[in-house]
Design a protein around this ligand. Structure first.
Ligand code: MRU
Length: 358
């Protein structure tokens, strides 16, 4: 199960090893998860993060929990609840735990079947990310043709690469595919304060893949768009409503507003497991995570001696408010790209694409 582009894998004892995303790109470390508490801790503390990978780690967490309680379904129900509520916004987490528990309730050999189900969920994510890559790269080619250009400039926010969705990512999947097709690309990467998933994780992924990229501060996107430096914006998603509203990393909404004002297409890439069909109005009804204020107060990185360290940047007596996500209303989104294809972000089109479910 150890793929080339995976943020997690099973070791020989069937424990889950994850890349410690808190310390990338400066420290190359892994953490081993053996039980429910460690799984919940890894998700809460963002050792692992990104909607898809949270779902994958949660699935393997349910498998580890079943092993821990020796296949006792009642005990497993309790442990699964703890995993399910470890973070509130990315719906892939709840989706994955519910699917695993459905399997647990109907299985004759629970522990073995749960391991296989977690592997299946991961394989499906990989397949989805490959297809998203193809659909997205087709859009890049269309834009280049329409504008008679040879190079495309893309703006992305947060990290929606393979550290967030196994193998190719969601928003970065079309970028990886474009590179494979030989398209000339340049990616502008929002740093994504306060946890810097853009500066730390997306830039690391892109550099490893040999893709031309430039990190910009979160407030720079609007300026770049006004000066024709961006052809297309593409982000991932943590939860998308039936009406096409998109919850994604805090700051996504402001980028979508700037793109709208400058007539720049704004696409959102997601596997279908990121839809929450129960919710229509995402702005009103998607729960937004509020994280610890210390994530704003302190910044992490390497000091002049190359030592990984933590530095305070806000005085003790100034409180901080740390919303993890925002919701971009569907009217600002050009289209959604999933493994099923490209779909306008509105209830009618989403319903058409998912008529087998809705
Ligand atoms: O708080 P994080 O790092 O888990 O947030 C992740 C994002 O917002 C990503 O952009 C999102 O998960 C889309 S990629 C699957």
């Amino acid at each position: 199960m150890r793929g080339k582009y995976r943020a997690f894998w099973l070791d020989k004892d069937d424990n889950l090893v994850v890349i410690d995303q808190r310390v990338l790109p400066f420290v190359d470390a892994t953490v081993t998860i053996t039980n429910t508490d460690e799984c919940v801790g890894a998700i809460k503390d963002m050792i692992v993060r990104g909607a898809g990978v949270i779902g994958n780690v949660a699935s393997f967490g349910v498998f580890l929990a079943a092993r821990e309680c020796k296949g006792d379904i009642k005990k497993l129900e309790e442990k699964a609840k703890l995993i399910r509520c470890s973070r509130p916004t990315a719906v892939n987490l709840m989706w994955a735990v519910d699917r695993m528990m459905k399997k647990a309730r109907s299985s004759s050999d629970m522990i073995i079947e749960l391991k296989l189900e977690a592997i299946k969920i991961c394989d499906e994510d990989c397949e989805a990310s490959k297809k998203i890559g193809n659909f997205g790269a087709d859009i890049f080619e269309k834009i280049l043709k329409e504008r008679n250009k040879t190079k495309i400039s893309i703006l992305t926010h947060c990290n929606a690469g393979w550290l967030a969705i196994a193998d190719n990512g969601s928003a970065l999947a079309p970028i990886y595919e474009a590179k494979r097709r030989g398209i000339d690309i340049e990616v502008f990467v929002d740093e994504t304060r306060p946890r810097n998933q853009g500066a730390n994780l997306s830039a690391w992924e892109l550099e490893k893949a040999g893709i031309k990229h430039t990190v910009i501060v979160d407030n720079a996107g609007g300026h770049l768009m006004q000066h024709q430096m961006i052809d297309i914006c593409i982000t991932g998603a943590d939860r998308v409503s039936r009406g096409g509203d998109v919850a994604n990393k805090i700051g996504t909404y402001l980028k979508a507003l700037a793109a709208y004002d400058n007539n720049i297409p704004f696409y959102v890439a997601l596997p279908s497991s990121t839809f929450d069909f129960e919710i229509v109005d995402g702005v009103k009804d998607i729960e937004i995570e509020i994280r610890d204020e210390d994530e704003i107060k302190f910044i992490r990185g390497v000091d002049a001696d190359g030592k990984y360290s933590k530095l305070q940047i806000v005085q003790d007596n100034s409180p901080c408010l740390n919303y993890g996500f925002d919701v971009t209303p569907s009217r600002l989104i050009t289209a959604l790209i999933s493994e099923r294809g490209i779909c306008e972000a509105n209830q009618k089109e989403i319903q058409k694409m998912y008529k087998d479910i809705l």
